[in-house]
Design a protein around this ligand. Structure first.
Ligand code: ATP
Ligand code: MN
Length: 475
């Protein structure tokens, strides 16, 4: 039985076997206390070996990190902090761990734990994070399933670049030492595996739209790849993205969906991961003690999550946001590193000012200048802005990017050419605007940014099991 279930049993001396990894062993003259964890819960179960019950040799092998099976009676615990414990009668040691086992019960830095990503699952912090990550992934599927969406698997290898920007990892089976060359010396991709140049996808959106223009409501949830060299605490080279796409939705419906969806999954975590969240909240409080008062968060982790679930997100246009920034204290006192004027791509410092200082809640910014957004976004009547929306979260910045899509064939074709994309490359995308085009909208939520927010962690590398970042792909 898993420890999570065992801890709920009432103790009536029934015989049980606990299998898991030893977190700590405390010995006294006649009794040994062994804390065992199997990852099913943040809580350990205590096994008690009374003098003579287990032979010396075996007991010696039971040390922090060892994997054991303990059989004995489930009894009421004398100690505080747990209702039941196992009175050990037999211990089988599956695998020993000597004192070089890195996850000894003491404080480790996050950097150290990242270098030991193969073993960091065995800490309380990472156990909690990955149980919450699972719960959030499940909640995502549940939300869309319960709301009539179909899970669409879009390709990972693609010949199109959805964002019209570089930053893609190439996929080839050429011998890199001597790729076939055309007469002019350039690499001849017609001889490559797919007969053309291909890459790992940066987004499933374009294909998602094709599905939505028949199935009406679809979502994708898959890996995406960006070869961007941004070594930040919010960017990964490989991350998971959730992208709903809905026919007949306009920008307002899209915003309502984004808000309802994010609130639902956070609420799901609050209701289903209470113990892990309580642990992470305590951890965060400890961590913040070392910070000066003015840098500590005003809300605890749980307060922050409840706040987001209970309050409507602030909605305003990009143009209104620029006006607020121009009137702001940091702008007047020249405290922003990047200048503010209509037309700029908002920097993280600007987004954080709006969310954390001005509104103090999640913000949805809409109607951005068309020149800083992707070619497929629907143009506004003013000819200057597009029906884009970014959802900004405290501490995270952008968590969602989306838009209403251009559904007018001529306008989309013109914009495609304007930004330098060859219409031939996305003929299939353009064709959906020729045959039964419909208003439609969608967005992308970076799954790790969501996990980051919910767990209160500060570095995105700590919420994905094995992070891929510039110069790092160990494990
Ligand atoms: P940013 O400005 O933060 O780089 P973006 O504008 O490039 O984001 P989009 O292309 O709109 O982001 O992608 C949709 C979502 O995917 C973002 O809102 C964010 O949550 C997430 N995301 C984007 N890039 C990354 C990345 N490198 N690592 C993790 N998540 C990402
Ligand atoms: Mn980006």
């Amino acid at each position: 039985m898993q420890i999570k279930e065992l801890l709920k049993q009432s103790p009536s001396e029934q015989e049980v076997t606990v299998k898991g990894w030893v977190r700590t062993k405390r010995g006294q003259a006649a009794v040994t206390f062994i804390a065992i964890n199997d990852g099913s819960t943040i809580h350990n179960i205590q096994a008690v070996a009374e003098g003579g019950a287990i032979d010396e040799e075996t007991l010696k092998l039971v040390s922090t990190g060892a994997c054991v099976a303990v059989t004995g009676k489930l009894i009421a615990s004398m100690g505080s902090g747990q209702a039941v414990e196992v009175k050990a009668e037999k211990i089988v040691v599956y695998g020993t761990a000597d004192e070089t086992f890195p996850m000894q019960p003491k404080k480790h830095s996050m950097e150290f734990l990242r270098e030991k990503a193969h073993l960091r699952f065995r800490t309380n912090t990472f156990g909690a994070i990955f149980r919450i990550r699972h719960a959030l992934a499940y909640a995502v599927h549940k939300y869309y399933n319960d709301n009539g969406f179909f899970y669409l698997h879009t390709p990972i290898i693609t010949a199109s670049d959805a964002e019209g920007a570089g930053e893609m990892f190439h996929v080839t089976n050429f011998d890199m030492e001597k790729p076939p060359r055309a007469e002019d010396g350039s690499i001849d991709y017609s001889q490559d595996f797919f007969g053309r140049q291909t890459s790992l996808t940066v987004s499933g959106q374009l294909e998602g739209e094709l599905g939505a223009l028949a199935l009406s409501k679809i979502y994708t949830f898959g890996p995406t790849f960006r070869a961007e060299n941004s070594n930040t605490t919010r960017h990964l080279a490989e991350f998971w993205m959730i992208e709903p796409e809905v026919a007949f939705y306009e920008l307002e419906d899209n915003m309502a969906l984004a808000e309802d969806f994010v609130q639902y999954v956070i609420k799901y975590a609050l209701e289903n991961c209470a113990e892990d969240l309580a642990f992470l909240e305590k951890r965060l409080l400890e961590e913040e003690k070392s910070k000066p008062q003015n840098e500590r968060s005003e809300l605890s982790l749980l307060e922050k999550l409840k706040f987001v679930v209970d309050n409507k997100f602030e909605r305003l246009t990009y143009t209104e946001a620029i006006e607020i920034l121009l009137r702001s204290k940091p702008h007047k006192e020249k405290k922003f590193q990047y200048p503010v004027e209509w037309g700029i791509d908002l920097q993280s410092e600007h987004e954080r000012y709006l969310v954390e200082k001005h509104f103090k809640k999640p913000v949805i910014l809409t109607n951005y200048p068309k020149d800083i957004k992707a070619f497929y976004m629907k143009q506004d009547a003013d000819g200057k802005t597009v029906r884009a929306m970014d959802v900004l979260f405290p501490g995270i910045g952008e968590i969602i990017g989306g838009s209403q899509r251009e559904d007018d064939y001529e306008k989309l074709l013109a914009r495609t050419k304007e930004v330098g994309i060859d219409p031939e490359n996305i003929w299939w995308y353009l064709e959906t605007r020729k045959f039964g085009s419909a208003p439609h909208s969608g967005f992308g939520l970076g799954f790790e940014r969501l996990v980051l927010f919910v767990t209160g962690m500060t570095n995105i590398r700590d919420v994905i099991p094995f992070p891929r970042t510039p110069k790092s792909a160990e494990f």
